[in-house]
Design a protein around this ligand. Structure first.
Ligand SMILES: [Zn+2]
Length: 120
């Protein structure tokens, strides 16, 4: 089962980068996990985030965050509410369900002797 994240929100921060001290490179990204396979697509309630500096092209891990970044992050996290969880069956699943249901009905009718008159 493959796990993926989609981008919920991207925020440009005006804080100084802890690595290169540039003020115009920090980008905070909020992501939410979803699961997609041949049968269904589901959005989970699990979220993730990352802070990336576009100037020095470095991912800034929380251990390197300054108090200012922490504060802005907390504020932005409150403002980025995750999407509600959802579960969607794909067309392939619906076809499978229809075929199985049809087979079940035909089998039931057969055992009830419904087809006997037509066959004989
Ligand atoms: Zn930087």
């Amino acid at each position: 089962m493959e796990e993926k994240f989609f981008t919920l929100r991207e925020v440009e921060l005006n804080n100084n980068c802890p690595e290169c001290y540039s003020r115009d490179g920090l980008q905070l990204t909020f992501k939410q996990r979803f699961i997609e396979n041949s049968f269904y697509k589901a959005i989970s309630k699990e979220t993730a985030h990352s802070l990336f500096c576009k100037v020095c092209e470095t991912t800034i891990f929380p251990a390197r965050w300054t108090d200012d970044i922490d504060r802005v992050f907390e504020y932005q996290q409150r403002a980025s509410s995750p999407k509600p969880t959802s579960f969607k069956l794909k067309t392939f699943s619906w076809i499978l369900i229809l075929v199985l249901t049809a087979l079940l009905i035909i089998t039931t009718l057969f055992f009830l002797g419904i087809f006997e008159d037509q066959i004989l």
